[in-house]
Design a protein around this ligand. Structure first.
Ligand code: FSX
Ligand code: SF4
Ligand code: F3S
Length: 386
């Protein structure tokens, strides 16, 4: 209890301090902007309540989360793009009816976001320098995409001076208050870094020597992106993280732990092939390749597009997109991993035969979570060496 009170006091003080900083715009603030967009106070508070729960904070923190969202324009966001598909930005900004998350984000990242800003060329470069200078030491840097690091960094250049992606990211990192690698590409290298990684794409954490919080997923949900900003506004510190520098509040549990099909898994009810009777009945997708038992993320709880759906709900297994090197370690995406675990790591038992066996062995293999991922990586490496 005392600890909660302390945290509450700390966050209140922090918000007090932030409110004395100048806002991005003089003529308007976030509550006004939301009102103009037709968001009612009641809905805003409901949203703040949901975000509070998502950040694993007690419900009493809801007014603070609401205040943090209203003060988001004190810590503007600079968002850089490297080698990627822009799916992370899409995840956040292109929901059919913009939610509170995307409205706030849009508002605070107007200073510099290469996809959504109007400027191009020299003007864009000027805007970036201007934003870095103006908000020195207090902007939040978000970087999307893997970063080619050479034989030549010139696989990726940005803007009229031909600045390399790596230089660009290092330069913007130098004066950031907090740095987030958005998406699996920026967190771990992503599809660019998949073998044979022709551009030697690297995660952001290998390019800058400043601390980087990873927010993986290909793409991550809008909630995981905005939740990180809110957390930083509330506490001014980086969240507690797992072994891969992912915030525990978002990546602390496996997809499998909260999956709506988990009862089917436990009962041994599996889709055998796409389109069969089991698929129509919503059976577990493990046998058609679901990697939920090996993947740490909150998709099964929070879903995407304002909580509408997520891969397993849509009928396809999780492909493990928030795990390091998932392109190399999680494939084939429509075959169960246990086929390989049985056949190799577990002494040649052969492919999974019965549903019971899958359940028992899989649970044993995933009880240690991260270790399961290590087993997969090891197997891929072994395969390559042989
Ligand atoms: Fe794409 Fe972002 Fe995947 Fe990567 O997402 S959705 S390739 S994580 O960097 O744009
Ligand atoms: Fe859900 Fe996949 Fe686990 Fe089945 S294996 S319960 S579909 S996460
Ligand atoms: Fe990715 Fe699996 Fe979620 S594929 S989006 S981590 S369900």
């Amino acid at each position: 209890m005392e600890r909660t009170q302390e945290l509450f006091k700390k966050a209140s003080q922090r918000l007090q301090e932030l409110s004395s900083l100048p806002a991005i715009r003089e003529d308007k603030n976030i509550p006004q902007m939301l009102e103009e967009k037709g968001i009612e106070r009641r809905d805003f508070m409901k949203w703040a309540g949901a975000m509070t729960a998502m950040l694993s904070l007690p419900a009493t923190f809801t007014p603070l989360t609401a205040k943090a969202a209203e003060l988001a324009d004190r810590l503007p966001v600079i968002w850089l793009h490297m080698a990627e598909c822009t799916g992370c930005s899409e995840s956040l900004l292109r929901t059919d009816g913009p939610g509170i998350d995307s409205l706030i984000f849009d508002y605070i990242s107007l200073e510099y976001h290469e996809t959504v800003m109007a400027a191009a060329g020299w003007q864009a470069e000027h805007n970036l320098e201007h934003a870095i200078e103006k908000y020195k030491g207090r902007y939040v840097l978000m970087v999307e995409g893997g970063i080619p690091a050479g034989s030549s960094e010139f696989y990726l250049t940005v803007g009229p001076h031909g600045t390399t992606g790596a230089e660009h990211a290092r330069h913007a990192s130098a004066n950031a208050a907090a740095i987030f690698a958005i998406g699996s590409c920026s967190s771990f290298g992503g599809v660019q870094a998949a073998r044979p990684n022709p551009t030697n794409a690297q995660p952001l954490s290998k390019v800058t020597n400043k601390p980087v919080i990873n927010v993986p997923g290909c793409p991550p949900s809008e909630k995981n992106i905005v939740g990180n900003v809110l957390h930083f506004i509330l506490f001014g510190t980086l969240p507690s993280v797992d072994a891969f520098n992912r915030p525990m509040w978002a990546y602390g549990l496996r997809i499998h732990d909260l999956c709506e099909r988990r009862g089917r898994f436990d009962a041994g009810e599996f889709v055998q092939e796409f389109g069969d009777e089991g698929a129509k009945k919503g059976y577990c997708l493990y046998k058609v390749g679901c990697k939920g038992p090996y993947t740490f993320n909150n998709c099964s709880k929070l879903r995407f597009n304002q909580h509408t759906s997520w891969p397993v709900q849509a009928g396809h297994g999780c492909i493990g997109c928030s795990e390091p090197d998932f392109w190399d370690t999680m494939g084939p995406f429509e075959e169960p991993v246990a086929n390989r675990l049985y056949a190799t790591a577990f002494d040649g038992l052969g492919a999974d035969k019965t549903a019971d066996k899958i359940g028992i062995t899989l649970l044993a293999a995933t009880a240690v979570g991260v270790a399961a991922h290590a087993v997969l990586s090891m197997m891929v490496k072994d395969k390559e060496n042989n």
